[in-house]
Design a protein around this ligand. Structure first.
Ligand code: SAJ
Length: 443
């Protein structure tokens, strides 16, 4: 019997994290022979046992199916393949720099691991978010320098940025449009053929630098937009008005889409990627850099407000709800909530911090329960808008705390229910007082 094209195509995915693991599993469940590579033994061990190291809705099922089909195997080193996909982290290095610099060491290490098995006719595809120029100046240049293979002629090189949002990774992996920034049109079409196996969105082929810039623009747009919302939140507190009402009403304009303010911008993407542009063009990125500064200042703003709300208490207990960088995920990388906790630990020695997050238990935070955290608290602070927190019964919370005051930095709680339970509800960006609210004209 003739074998399908997929079953004859071998794909090696280097880096089995938030992007690499779903990608490897999708190719495997669509019939490709996939080798997943990771340098972390613990990750490999878990996957071999049919478990996963990431919390992502639906992912465990897909990985299980991929492993059970025999199409996905994992190991520490790349094997000969038709396509190599690099999905490793590209963090920024903050040490001693005014502008954080891109750390491409994982990309370089992945490439070095691939080169011994790379052959003519193969393709190397970078998915990691990278500074402009990386695909040609690092990936293609390394292949040209360290092998006899000519990028663009003997081997294909392309940049195919991941664009999925944690929490909905699988749907977005299939449904989102994709970009392929290829070294030549021919290799672009070959890469497109590959992704077509499971991508139902449109796939656009362009140049590597355009694809790199599109990816960075997407995340930078979001960062700048959130910074605008955060700046207006601070102004609103000073003006005695409510930013949430202002943004909501502004967004009723057909051409306005202001994002949400909050305690800061975290995660491994939006708070990191804009620096790739600032590092490369420090003189020409005033807006991007300014937005980073505004968002990075939000945890201090929140910590200061918490201090003010507890100023009249000698040894206050603050109940922190949420430590992850955003709702309903287990990721605490660059989390503004963690930053707020850190600032409070440094600046408020008399304050006792108790934190609860149903998704994550970062180092330095003891395992506990929501009730224990709320018990005898003088202030409840919502830092991450997990769905679980919207389900808290404010009456039960009121019975546990010492002082019924809640500071909601995400506008996540139903204010009227918490007020009805006796809580004084304070919301980030809401400077309105009961008397200023009364000035709203009827109708
Ligand atoms: N945030 C706000 N206000 C908002 C939206 C988000 O303060 O209105 C905060 C969140 O709380 C969080 C941070 O921003 O701390 C980032 O969260 P996010 O949901 O905006 O984005 P990420 O980092 O989880 O994923 C982003 C996505 N990019 C875009 O939406 C343009 C995703 O599609 C990318 O694939 C991902 O970055 C990535 O890997 O680059």
């Amino acid at each position: 019997m003739k074998q399908s094209k997929q079953s004859q195509t071998r794909i090696c995915v280097v880096g089995l994290g938030y992007i690499g693991l779903p990608t490897a599993s999708m190719f495997a469940t669509h019939g490709f022979q996939v080798k997943g590579v990771d340098t972390n033994d613990g990750v490999l061990e878990k996957l071999r046992n049919g478990e996963i190291h990431i919390k992502e809705p639906g992912l465990a099922t897909v990985v299980k199916a991929a492993v059970a089909s025999g199409n996905l195997t994992v190991g520490p080193t790349p094997v000969p393949s038709d396509a190599f996909i690099i999905a490793v982290p590209t963090p920024t290095d903050h040490a001693g720099h005014d502008v954080p610099t891109a750390d491409l060491s994982h990309v370089r290490a992945a490439l070095d691991a691939i080169l011994p098995v790379l052959k003519a006719g193969n393709m190397v595809i970078l998915e990691s978010t990278s500074p402009p120029g990386t695909t040609i100046d690092v990936v293609a240049a390394t292949i040209a320098k360290k092998t006899r293979l000519r990028p663009g002629q003997d081997v294909g090189v392309a940049y195919c940025p991941e664009r999925v949002i944690p929490g909905q990774a699988l749907e977005e992996l299939v449904g989102n449009d994709r970009l392929i920034g290829a070294i030549s049109a021919t290799w672009g079409e070959r890469a497109k053929d590959l992704y077509r196996a499971f991508v139902s969105g449109q796939i656009f082929v362009t140049s590597p630098t355009v694809a790199e810039m599109v990816k960075l623009l997407e995340n930078t747009y979001r960062d700048v937009n959130i910074a605008l919302a955060n700046e207006v939140a601070v102004l609103s507190e000073k003006l005695g008005v409510n930013v949430w009402e202002i943004v909501d009403l502004a967004n009723r304009h057909p051409r306005v889409n202001v994002h949400k303010p909050g305690p800061g911008v975290g995660g491994h993407c939006i708070s990191v990627d804009p620096w790739f542009l600032v590092e490369r063009f420090p003189q020409d990125t005033r807006l991007i850099r300014g937005a980073r500064g505004v968002n990075d200042a939000m945890p201090s703003h929140v910590a200061r407000r918490i201090g003010e709300f507890c100023a009249d208490i000698v040894a206050p207990k603050v109940a922190v709800l949420g430590l992850t960088y955003k709702p309903n995920v287990d990721d605490t990388r660059e989390s503004p909530a963690l930053r707020v906790a850190e600032i409070l630990r440094d600046t408020e020695p008399a304050m006792t911090l108790a934190a609860f997050d149903p998704y994550a238990l970062p180092p330095g935070f003891p395992r506990t329960t929501l009730a224990e955290v709320l018990k005898d608290a003088d202030l409840v602070v919502v830092l991450t808008a997990h769905d679980d927190f919207r389900l808290i019964d404010p009456q039960e919370a009121a019975a546990l705390v010492r002082r019924p005051v809640v500071y909601d930095t995400q506008n996540a709680l139903a204010r009227s229910r918490w007020t009805a339970a006796g809580f004084d509800v304070r919301v980030l960006g809401d400077g309105a007082t009961p008397s200023s609210r009364k000035t709203i004209p009827a109708g």
